[in-house]
Ligand binder design. Structure first.
Ligand code: SAM
Length: 286
């Protein structure tokens, strides 16, 4: 199709990348001195936002990542009232959390107000009104600084961060995880965006070790997001209660039935099976 300028290429590493046809270009913007944001349409993935050359979100498949980031910890916990999200400025994970009527407060700590504003302008359907929900408190701050102050107590913490580069690197340190653990109530759980085991074998082992240096029980679950190429992506599941990663499917099903929520990716069976790791992933996360 057409010439090269009709395609966007994401370079995953020096030897691997993938390209997507451009159908309509939303233009390229500098959202601040460090980050360059591009927005375009594609027949397969809908509206696509890439930041510094890396896919951040597409309207066609964002439900996969956001459902698993929100519903795995919430249904594993079973009675979460107060939730903290670090990052997640597009509002997708907030949207899924706030579908649970039992959640009474959601604190979102996002470093870049511009991400929230642009997501509201470009992908309002992703946050779907979450930022107007009276239960949501938006804090514009570095999540690492917030964790250092250990403000508040939460039943679930979700670290919806980029990979450990730039401002995101501060969300992968033992000090950050210690601050998060200090904010968790007994029986609480923290879930993290933990990269692609097939491609992130360079930093994932250190990330897993950092989590294990703070939490008594660290597991990982997997999600297959179409635009996150390189195989399934991993999510860290950190807690001091080892039982939380193995809630029986029947119990998950009862909890889900009480909510009446209709899902497109998460289910009690998918939740339970997601914790089964292929040997190559176990070798990376330890
Ligand atoms: N929901 C996205 C998706 O579907 O892939 C993933 C979240 S996006 C990649 C990462 C978010 O974390 C961005 O909104 C970014 O501004 C924010 N962020 C990065 N570093 C941060 C920090 N140190 N503290 C708080 N937020 C941060």
């Amino acid at each position: 199709m057409g010439s090269e300028e009709d395609w966007v290429v994401e370079h995953i590493n020096d030897a691997f990348g993938f390209r997507t046809a451009l159908k309509a270009v939303g233009g390229v913007r500098m959202i601040d001195s460090a980050q360059q944001l591009a927005v375009f349409e594609n027949p397969t993935f809908g509206r696509v936002m890439i930041l510094d050359g890396a896919y951040q979100i597409t309207t066609a498949d964002e439900f996969v990542y956001h459902e698993m980031m929100a519903h795995v910890p919430l249904f594993a916990h079973g009675a979460a009232r107060d939730v903290l999200v670090i990052g997640g400025g597009d509002g997708g994970v907030a949207r899924e959390i706030l579908r649970h009527d039992t959640v009474r407060s959601l604190t979102m700590v996002e470093i870049d107000r511009a991400v929230v504003d642009l997501a509201l302008e470009i992908f309002p359907e992703v946050s779907a009104g979450a930022f107007d929900d009276p239960r949501l408190a938006l804090v514009i701050d570095d999540g690492a600084a917030f964790a250092a102050r250990a403000e508040g107590r939460y039943d679930v913490i979700i670290v919806d961060a980029p990979d450990p580069i730039g401002a995101g690197a501060a969300l992968f340190t033992p000090a950050f995880y210690a601050g998060c653990r200090a904010m968790l109530r007994p029986g609480g759980v923290m879930v993290t965006q933990s990269g692609m085991p097939f491609l992130a074998a360079d930093w994932l082992p250190g990330h897993a070790a950092n989590l294990r240096s703070v939490f008594a029980d660290v597991a990982f679950f997997l999600t297959t997001v179409p635009t996150y190429t390189g195989g399934p992506m991993a999510h860290g599941f950190s807690t001091d209660d080892a039982a939380l990663k193995a809630v029986p499917v029947e119990v998950l099903a009862e909890r889900h039935a009480r909510t009446g929520l209709r899902m497109r990716y998460w289910s009690p069976q998918v939740h339970s099976a997601a914790f089964a790791l292929p040997p190559y992933v176990e070798a990376v996360v330890g």
